[in-house]
Unconditional design. Sequence first.
Length: 319
Amino acid sequence: MGCRFNFIIFTGLWQLVNATRETPRRFRQIDALKLRRVIGVDFSGAALSGKTAWAAEMTSTAPLRIGDAAPQFQLVSLKPLGKLAAGDERQRVNEYLVDRIVNARQTFWGCDFPFGLPIELRLGDWGAQLSRVGKFAGQAAEFGRWLVERTEKRVGRKHVRRSTDSETKTPFDCYHYRIIYQTFHGMRDVLRPLSDQPSVCVLPFQYDRLPSGRVSSLVVEACPSSTLKRWRLPHQHYKQSGGKAPLAVHRATRRVILKQLSQFVQISPYRRRQIMNDPGGDALDAVLSGVGAWLGVAAADHNGIRLHSRYDREGYVYC
């Protein structure tokens, strides 16, 4: 019994030492991608998602490195996805996004939609979740209702939050009625086709893909609101509804946020006007998705995330 106990202790310590030693190696694996482009995607699950989903493309003169607390980006493109995809229909936009991610080189993607579902729903690992969403016969709203019913049966209430939602203070749980369209179409139409592409690594689910040497696009979950809360900046009153022009309060809040962003990204007067005049704040959210997600990845304890009991099934918000 004593020998067996000693063996268990030794095995546990050996695993801990190896895990500790692995951390800098995994940092180097991200650095080895030599990422030079960051694209933030303010995703939409609406039928005409191309009107309100935006992509912000930022470049860096030097390869991005883990631990760099103040990278210097230049915002080189800021457009609705509908213009990039040459059509606003959701299917067209999502197919464009998948194709661009697959074919991108040295590119980091921060996408603003939930990548996974709570383990309390017992839908299996991430691959099983993607399969379940892909095979679901109904649409996003029906999927959301099905998840609510399943949650009531499993835990006795309508909703549960992922660990990362609680930790990063996301505005909603991942199947709240205001977010379910993003979750459903993001997982089904974007992540599912990306999940088996060798040139793409989706974190935190595919850390083991990093050493392959084939990864050229790194994709993570972003949340502009969580980034603003981490920066202790106003996370409300910068979005106008109904396509109306932003009011003075919206413009004032955006100026505060842009002042913080200016520490990391150069924004031309033209694109600053785009951000200030965009009614819904989606252009600003796209920039926040990219910058916030990269800063989250640069500061993250990747080994701790990889070994966490929930993140590899639920997802993790890098902010």
